[in-house]
Design a protein around this ligand. Structure first.
Ligand code: PEP
Ligand code: MG
Length: 560
């Protein structure tokens, strides 16, 4: 901003919706320059190598601790980032390069870390794929951690941000998000950050309004500027005028009122105008999520992402350990229907004990059930734990990343075998996640092995539009994806009219999609629980769910 204190309106894209007001705090770039090398003498080499080893071991331990904490308190996907960091840090090639830097250039461990990590960061940034670019961020994050450890600095730059500030940053690194949760800002404005990025995931989880895509943000916004953030419109007003503030406050007031009203009715059933009751369930990953889900009026758990139970572990849990963890997570929902998804690992969700899978296109590689077919012991442990849960909970089981009928047949077979071994008379219902176009178009054959279908629309969109859900650069391909996805939903409904259908992807949390989803045969929605009160209200306003003419008309009008 050129003129001091003059009003400016900045536009970006909504990463996490909400309204917030506060003074800005600008987080300047760290470690953008390579410091002058700290030269050492030949005799100091071993000492510096030792410092490096100690710092690496300490960070490594800290990362595992962090992964466990984040997994318990926030989100499994975010936790997996720290596990991936831990693996990167211990990569033998990286270690060799760091040691060589110290030995051959006679520099301190600290200088070696800065030089080597900057090289790796640049290598990743020069690659085209967004995943590689994310890895560049990861490298920078690790470099900061190691440098701080080596120089004894343990204070993170976000430790001292003013409470309630509007945080302004070029980008957020994965480790930043943990500090943000403890020293909370009221909103975040970023230059870079896709809807599927770590920052986005975190912001939505925390209900933190966030806008990204504001070019040169650091130059445009000073620290301490009063700012109004409307992360519904994707707009930030810096140095607002009196009328801007007035308009904004009335918006905040209206939103609070609507939310309070919806919250009051959240524990009542959601029935449409023409009398169709819709189950509104929650997506959870840990006990805190389940507790929150019950407070928000969830009628059960529509998606339990069990990856949480595997995070932060060096070895996979035993069936008993898994049972204890799942039981604890689900306890607040006892007596309500619970759908447990078996492990959806692979692609970007890695586990320390499986190591890196060398795949050039991991999202199209071994993930979900494909991965479990390769590791049948992992599948068996989960099925044993889930079968044990059925004596206390109303459980059904969901299979992720289904492509072929044989994916389902294999799980059904294993379930039958283990059920017989455990002497169970009744097995839990088995569902297929419809996340690939192939699954949607094979509904009749999948139905031979499935008792219900749940649409994972996050992945269904990604795979239908061939557009990486974590890559902001191809986001525009999925902006209007709902029409195409609804068409797939209707095909499934027409092919298997008696099959119970639910949606557990983000589409279920979008108010604008609810009427069309219900009109396409969906009778259960599972979503992030803070959205439940509002979505129940939307359902109550929907008319003529049983008449699908509207949707057929919409289909005819589509040029597809
Ligand atoms: C989905 O893909 O829509 C889904 C619910 O699964 P996840 O987001 O865990 O991949
Ligand atoms: Mg999915």
């Amino acid at each position: 901003m050129s003129e001091e204190n003059s009003k400016a309106i900045l536009q970006g894209k909504v990463i996490s919706p909400g309204l917030a007001e506060g003074k800005t705090f600008v987080l300047r770039n760290r470690l953008s320059q390579l410091d002058a090398p700290g030269l050492i003498e030949f005799k100091d080499i071993e000492q510096e190598l030792e410092y490096l080893d100690d710092a690496t071991a300490s960070i490594s331990q800290g990362l595992l601790f962090l992964a466990t904490k984040v997994e318990k308190e926030m989100n499994s996907r975010l936790a997996s980032v720290f596990e991936a960091h831990q693996l990167m840090l211990n990569d033998p090639l990286l270690k060799l390069e760091l040691q060589a830097e110290i030995r051959e250039n006679l520099v301190s461990a600290s200088s070696a870390v800065k030089a080597v990590f900057l090289r790796w960061e640049k290598r990743f940034q020069m690659m085209e794929s967004q995943i590689a670019q994310h890895k560049g961020d990861d490298m920078r994050d690790l470099s900061n951690r190691l440098s701080n450890e080596l120089s004894g600095i343990k204070i993170h730059p976000l430790e001292n941000i003013p409470a309630g500030c509007i945080l302004v940053a070029t980008r957020l690194l994965p480790s930043d998000t943990v500090h943000l949760s403890q020293h909370s800002a009221s909103a975040v404005l970023l230059e870079y950050g896709g809807a599927g990025s770590h920052a986005a995931l975190f912001a939505r989880e925390m209900g933190l309004p966030c806008i990204a895509g504001i070019a040169d943000i650091i130059k445009k916004i000073p620290t301490g500027a009063l700012t109004l953030v409307d992360a519904h419109k994707g707009e930030a007003i810096i140095h607002p005028e009196a009328e801007d503030a007035e308009e904004f406050h009335s918006k905040v007031h209206k939103q609070q009122k609507l939310f309070a009203e919806a919250r009051q009715k959240a524990h009542e059933q959601a029935v449409t105008q023409d009398g169709v009751a819709i189950s509104v369930l929650a997506n959870v990953g840990c006990r805190a999520d389940t507790e929150k889900a019950m407070e928000n009026g969830a009628e059960g758990i529509g998606l339990y992402r069990t990856e949480h139970a595997y995070m932060g572990r060096i070895t996979p849990p035993s069936a008993d350990e898994l049972f204890d963890e799942m039981r604890d997570t689900l306890a607040p929902a006892i007596g309500k229907p619970i759908c447990v998804r078996i492990l959806d690992i692979g692609a970007d969700k890695l586990l320390p004990f499986t190591g890196f899978l060398a795949e050039s296109n991991p999202a199209l590689g071994r993930r979900g059930i494909r991965f479990l077919r390769e590791y049948p012991n992992l599948l068996e442990t989960q099925l044993r734990a889930v079968l044990k849960l059925t004596s206390e909970f109303d459980i059904s089981l969901l299979v992720p990343m289904v492509t072929l009928p044989s994916d389902m047949a294999m799980v059904k077979e294993a379930l039958k075998r283990l059920g017989a071994e455990l002497g169970l008379a009744v097995l839990p219902p088995l569902g297929a996640m419809i996340e690939t176009p192939a699954a949607a178009l094979s509904a009749r054959r999948l139905a031979l092995y499935a008792d219900f279908f749940s649409f994972g629309t996050n992945d269904l969109i990604q795979y239908t539009f061939a557009s990486d859900r974590d890559n902001a650069a191809v986001e525009q391909y999925t902006v209007n994806s709902s029409e195409v996805i609804l068409r797939l939903l209707r095909i499934v409904h027409e092919d298997v009219p008696d099959m119970p259908l639910s949606v557990c992807g983000e589409l279920a949390g979008g108010k604008e999609h609810i009427a069309a989803l219900l009109g396409s045969g969906i009778r259960a929605l599972s979503l992030a629980s803070p959205l439940i009160p509002a979505i129940k209200e939307v359902i109550r306003g929907v008319t003529q769910v049983n008449v699908s003419e509207d949707s057929h008309l919409a289909e005819k009008m589509m040029l597809i």
